[in-house]
Write a protein that binds this ligand. Structure first.
Ligand code: ZN
Ligand code: ZN
Length: 310
């Protein structure tokens, strides 16, 4: 018999780990450059393009690991039916008859690439628009094969890898799955919270900013439940902790009205992933036209200006 057959959860776990790691590699490069630019105006001499070109190998590795992660997610979905569908070996070579010696699943040959795609599409476990999925998968697969089997893709933009990451996560889950996944990645670092979990957590905005800088607004809107072009707000908690840490530069605004209507009473902050109750009344500050007010911690706190214009 075949022993130690993995479950769909085993595949999913390692798939999401790969996808998170692929993204993290890019984020670390992009964030490092953003930090240097914030600390010191170097962009004239060392452009973003030069910085990324120097880190080409990271972008290549990221694409390879992303593809690996997507294959794992596909294998997970197929395994919900049966992991045996993943086995490449001839049926006559399976260790299934009584006189044959047992084998572990990981000793069997398993399908990948085009064969994996065929089985995945035969089941279509997510009821996807297969035309689009196959097109995107094949494009990524061919790029990955060039990277692995020859000297690689001539121009590989990190933005392409970010966009594909969000695309495939939205195909397998929901359109905004990346926000929660990357927040889990960010807060599960072993050293997270060692200093101050509230302040450190508020720095998740760096990941959101990186994604925003990598994609167009139109692209982001495909992977978000809110309109990125709509008005955005500060957070009663995240902004407080960033202020406490004397965070310099523009305050990140990742709060969206839920729903985005004039009588909305909920603000959803993508940094902390929490919802806050709001009232619609005018800010007292002279130059501020804000009218989204929270009073959880501070009476009549304006989430447009944080009462800092007073
Ligand atoms: Zn928040
Ligand atoms: Zn205000």
């Amino acid at each position: 018999m075949i022993k130690d057959i993995p479950t769909h959860l085993d595949f999913e776990k390692v798939g999401l780990q790969c996808i998170s790691k692929a993204f993290e590699m890019l984020y670390k490069v992009g964030n490092r450059y953003a930090e240097i630019v914030e600390e010191d105006s170097i962009n004239d001499e060392v452009t973003e393009e030069i910085f990324w070109t120097h880190n080409t190998i990271t972008v290549r590795t990221s694409l390879i690991v992303l593809f690996q992660g997507i294959e794992y997610l596909m294998k997970g979905k197929i395994t919900e039916q049966s992991a045996l569908l993943l086995i490449e070996n001839n049926r006559t070579d399976w260790p299934s008859l009584p006189e044959k010696k047992d084998k572990n699943f990981d000793e069997m040959q398993t399908i990948s690439g085009e064969n994996l795609l065929s089985v995945f599409c035969a089941i279509n476990p997510l009821q996807l628009n297969l035309g689009d999925f196959v097109k995107q998968f094949e494009e990524l697969r061919l790029k990955r094969n060039k990277l692995v089997h020859s000297t690689g893709v001539e121009t590989l933009d990190y933005k392409y890898v970010v966009e594909k990451t969000l695309f495939f996560l939205s195909e397998f889950y929901s359109k905004d799955r990346w926000v929660g996944l990357f927040r889990e990645m960010f807060t599960s670092e072993p050293t997270f919270g060692y200093w101050d979990a509230d302040v450190e957590g508020a720095y998740f905005y760096r990941i959101l900013n990186f994604v925003e800088a990598s994609l167009t607004k139109g692209q982001i809107n495909k992977f978000l439940n809110y309109d990125i072009k709509a008005r955005r707000y500060l957070c009663p908690e995240c902004t407080y902790w960033l202020n406490k840490h004397e965070h310099n530069g523009p305050k990140p605004k990742w709060g969206f009205l839920k729903p985005n209507t004039p009588d909305s009473t909920i603000l959803d902050c993508l940094i902390c992933g929490k919802e806050y109750s709001i009232e619609r009344k005018d800010c007292k500050c002279k130059s501020c036209k804000g009218n989204v007010i929270n009073s959880d911690n501070i009476e009549d706190l304006c989430l447009s200006c944080y009462n800092e214009e007073e």
